[in-house]
Design a protein around this ligand. Structure first.
Ligand code: ARG
Length: 459
């Protein structure tokens, strides 16, 4: 027989290549504290129902806590021959406390054990990530307040469309992240239920108390069906999906920052510490954090595809395929959390060049729609107003000037509805101030929206 925990029915141990192929310890040690937490709760329940004595429970618990400390200190001798984190810890426990360690796995399987570990890990990972998303939101709200009056061009088709305020733009980013944080919270709530008790797949013959274990581990309830408990990974898919959405948002922010930092735009500047240089071109200062974030978005999207594909062909209940959920899940958590944290650090330090932003809006005839609206208020039908303003723009292009620089007489050639007060609507400041309603870009609306966003973040 082999040395494996499950080796009783085997005539020989696994081939070396098989052992290396099937082990998961090389990528899952982050589950160890959760595995120990789950084992202590399980053992406590076994004592409660009389399967262990309370003295036995205490010895097991103390043995597990000692291992927990050793792992935290980085001194635990992980052994790939023991396959996974569960076997490593259990084998070590038995080595340390003797025969009693062999009783821990009563009424349990690695199938419900790993599902429990992963949910416990994910809960912490989500709490940390939500905290970082909120930190970024807070930074964006601060930036919005700081730049509530800063005029920049708003774009459609990446062509100058209408003036907006920089603060308004930052609050659009914040709104995306608010939904992301909400999604993560919903995923946490759905994932926070206990698989333990399902054992391998059908439940156990012992009179276990699952509610007790759930309460001990801070779960909101138990998973109702044992087959579902060991085989469901949609909680992981939801997490990676929400993370892919966050990355998609960050990637869009990145794309904009990269454009805005290009001297062709020159809207913003990042502190040197958030940029890198070129090995050949001495003048270069590159927005690599944004570029790498855009690049890493591809990985997380790939992880989502990997998990969906991993699950699509699996019959109930547990299959070893599920071990392949770890790397996509862990790498997703690491990637999205790192990117969000970097953005949270960086965004409050974005310096906005308000003169450049203003000039770009001015050059782009961004107040053309305001002129059309002015004509409509003077009784011109909108379609006719559109045509008239198009002619004004064409003349301004010919004269190489801005709409506001055209002579009144010139403007009046296109419509007698134009009066001397037209210049009020042609200014950038007048244009943004006029969009004065909930959701509009007027500076006072941006301030009010920032206050609402702050309250939502605090509540
Ligand atoms: N490492 C395995 C996983 O990640 C643990 C469960 C193994 N269960 C089993 N019956 N082989 O899924």
């Amino acid at each position: 027989s082999s040395h494996q925990t499950w080796g009783g029915r085997f005539a020989e141990g696994p081939d070396a290549r098989v052992a290396a192929f099937t082990e998961s310890i090389s990528f899952e040690t982050r589950l160890a504290p959760y595995d120990i937490q789950g084992s202590i709760a399980h053992a406590g329940m076994l004592a409660h129902i009389g399967v262990l004595t309370s003295a036995e429970f205490e010895t097991i618990r103390d043995g597990l806590l000692a291992i927990d400390e050793q792992i935290a200190a980085g001194e635990f001798p992980w052994d790939p021959a023991l396959e996974d984190v569960h076997m490593n810890i259990e084998a070590r426990l038995t080595e340390n406390i003797g025969h009693l360690g062999k009783k821990l796995h009563t009424a349990r399987s690695r199938n419900d054990q790993v599902a429990t570990d992963v949910r416990l890990w994910l809960r912490d990972a989500l709490d940390h990530l939500i905290g970082e998303v909120d930190r970024l939101r807070s930074g964006l709200i601060g930036l919005a307040e700081r730049e509530a009056d800063t005029i920049m061009p708003g774009f459609t088709h990446l062509q100058v469309a209408q003036p907006v305020t920089f603060g308004h733009h930052m609050l659009a980013w914040q709104a995306m992240l608010a939904r992301d944080a909400e999604r993560l919270g919903q995923i946490r709530a759905r994932a926070n239920v206990l698989p333990l008790g399902a054992a391998a797949l059908a439940g156990t013959t012992f009179a276990i108390d699952r509610e007790r274990v759930a309460a001990e581990l801070g779960f909101d309830g138990v998973i109702d069906n044992s087959l579902d408990a060991v085989s469901d990974r949609d909680f992981a898919i939801e997490f990676v999906s929400a993370s892919a959405t966050i990355m998609m948002h960050l990637s869009r922010f990145s794309e904009e920052l990269i454009l805005w930092m290009s001297p062709a735009f020159g809207f913003v500047e990042l502190p040197d510490r958030y940029c890198t240089g070129s090995s050949i071109m001495p003048q270069k200062k590159n927005p690599d954090v944004a570029e790498l974030t855009r690049g890493k978005t591809a990985r997380v999207q790939g992880h989502l595809t990997a998990l969906l594909t991993l699950m699509k062909g699996q019959p109930l209940a547990y299959n070893r395929d599920n071990q392949e959920d770890k790397i996509p899940m862990f790498d997703t958590a690491d990637t999205v959390t790192t990117c969000i944290a970097l953005f949270a650090d960086m965004m409050p330090h974005v310096a906005v060049d308000s003169a450049q932003c203003r000039e770009a809006a001015r050059r782009g005839f961004a107040t053309a729609t305001d002129l059309a609206d002015y004509l409509v208020r003077a009784g011109v039908a909108f379609r006719d107003a559109h045509e008239i303003v198009g002619n004004c723009v064409s003349t301004a292009i010919e004269q190489g000037c801005d709409l506001a620089e055209l002579e009144l007489a010139t403007l009046q050639r296109f419509s007698d509805a134009i009066g001397g007060d037209v210049y009020e609507v042609l200014t950038l400041e007048g244009s943004v101030a006029a969009r004065d309603h909930i959701g509009g870009t007027a500076p006072n609306q941006v301030r009010a929206a920032a206050a609402r966003a702050r309250a939502a973040l605090a509540g």
